[in-house]
Each structure stands twice: as structure tokens, then as C-alpha cells.
Design a protein around this ligand. Sequence first.
Ligand code: FNR
Length: 368
Amino acid sequence: ADPPPALRIEDYRHRARRRLDARVWDFVQGGAGSERTLRANRRAFARVTLRPRVLVDVAACDTGTELLGARLATPVGVAPTAYHRLLHPDGEVATALGAGAAGALYVVSVFASRTLEEIAAEATGPLWLQLYWLRRREILAGLVERAAAAGYRALVLTLDAPQLGRRHRDARNGFAIPSGISAVNLDAALMASAHRSDAGRSALAVHTAEAVDPSVTWADLAWLRGRSELPLVLKGVLTAEDAVLAVEHGADAIVVSNHGGRQLDGAPASLDALAEVVDAVGAAGCPVLFDGGVRSGTDAFAALALGARAVLLGRPVLWGLAADGAAGVAGVLGLATEELAHTMALTGRPALPAVDRSAVARGAAAGT
Ligand code: FNR
């Protein structure tokens, strides 16, 4: 018999957990250090209450938006996450099909386990490519060229991982990427250490130290800019100071993110950093995206009200993918979008520009 339809995103989490190997589950769910930032991401949403307005015509609620020139049916998109073949045999191709079905943006990770071209061939919605700054710049330059040729519409440079976070679950599990799955867009030689399992340490931490250049600074961004006409999005900004620098260095958009609590343990909850960044960017007109802890359309609404132009889902998309492939990804994004539209109706905000700070109040934990 078919399982009952998922009523909430959490339902996909339960289904994914039943299907996944415990070490893969830990890799997906885990955070850095004491996982205090991971927990804070969720708790921050419990402090937001919604301020409903009544007697507004909400017969039609429009979740449509535009981002860097692309029309999107929903402001809820897919955050970049590595190695989707750990979760489903079709990997990122299934994710792209699910995102397209939901009318959502998909940010593909540089550690995708399908080629950029395979993903683009099946995608029906806009794709952006996420990059880490690799030590070998010629590989980075090659990826940027391939992305443009395959129709990717923006580059997303992740800034919060000069070293990998200290993820104790992965270290304890001696987690490594199984040999049948790889980051196929990178040299096989460059990937060797990601596959070497050693008791007591994470192969991904070793691999990041080998592959990612931790010496990069703001001044280096010009090199990347000079290699591509594509808009450049900077991911992993959490302070007003860096938001100002991002705008000064010509960022086309910013993603407020603490990497889902997987990098700096002790960093603020993403939601708590959002208003600071939005205010710092101010009139510059640089769109601010958000990720970290979004588990419902109500959460998405809160982030949009605090100034995000779009909201990305990390782990929930992986749960959908593990539970039911492309249909699961579409299901997760569809649920978030339906709940968002419902919240817009019940708060009297029938279009996204009306989802502003007047729609939320922040205070003591309101319960979830
Ligand atoms: C990530 N994230 C991530 N970010 C990035 O820029 N490049 C990457 O390759 C990855 N890989 C990755 C793998 C896994 C398993 C997770 C859970 C996360 C971080 C991701 O883009 C995003 O910032 C967070 O996942 C958002 O938080 P939630 O939605 O997972 O709470």
C-alpha cells in the first residue's frame, strides 16, 4: 500500500531516517562542535510570532517572485548540499526534476555527484552553481566556464568554510564518501582523500584541508569576477560588516547562512543575523537570501518578513530526496510553498512585498 501523503516536512524526515544508513544520517543531520548553533537555528523561529491583519482580500495569494532576472513560482529554493547520490541513486538529477516541478530555484553544490551537464539537461527550472575556493584555481576557472556553457545563471561562492567545521559525529563514524559515489565535477585525484575512511576522523575534513584555499580574501574576488559574466552570490555572511564589504565588492546577492550549524559552533542563529544584514545592505538593493532551520512555510514566512527575498532548504530537501526521489523533493518544496501561501492568507498579506516586518513580532519563545 502507498504510504499516506506527507502532511508536513517532518514526515519526510521520518521516512528518510528509516531508509538511510546511520553514518549517512549523521552526516546529513549533524552540526559542528556541541551543535549549539544547529539547535539555535531552530529555536530562533520559536521566538517569532505572526501579526495577522484581517479584512484583506486574500482570494488569491501569490508566492511568485523574481531573483537575478529569473521568474520563480516560489521564493523557497534548494540550498547547495553535497553528494546527493548518498540519498538516492539518481542524485542531483532527481533533485533538479523535483525543484523544476515545484517552480523552485536549485543551487547545485560543487560537490555534486552528477555532472553539471547531466543536471542541466534534465532541469526545468533555474540552476545556480555553488563553489568553494579551490587551491587549484585552474579547476575553479574550468568549472566557471562549464557552468556558463551549461546554462547555470549565477555563481554562489561559499565563504564560511576555509576549514571544515569540527563535526564530531562524522569523526566518530570515520565518515568517508563510499567509492561508488564521487564529486564527479572535480578531478578524481583531487577527490581521493574524501574516500579514505580512518577511525576517529572525518575524511571530508581532511579533503577540505587539501582542496580548499584558506588564504583567500576580499581582494581575490576580482579574479573570479574577471572569469565570468554570471552574477556572483556570496553565501555565509552573518554580520553587518561583511554585508557592507560584500556590497562594496560588487556582490549581486548575499546568502545569510551559518551552513546549517555545520561550520562555526557558537555563530548566531541564521534568523538572528538576518535583520542586521538586511539593514546593512539597506538601499544598495542587493537581494538577501536566507537559509538555516527552515522546516515549514511558516518559517519561510518569518524569514521573508525579516527581509529575505528567498529562502533555501538544506536538510529538508535531502529528506525528500531520500524518501521519494524527485517526487519527494517536489513534495517538500510544494508543502513549504502551500504553507507559505496559507500563512499569507491568514496574515492578510496576499503578495510577497506585503510580507514585511510589520508581519512579525519577536520576543520570548512562543512554542513551535
Ligand atoms: C550542506 N551545506 C553546504 N553548503 C555549501 O555551500 N556547499 C555544500 O556543498 C554544502 N553541503 C552540505 C551538505 C549537507 C549534508 C548539509 C546538511 C548542508 C549547507 C547548506 O547549503 C545550507 O547552508 C544549510 O543546510 C541550511 O540549513 P538547513 O536548511 O539544513 O537547516
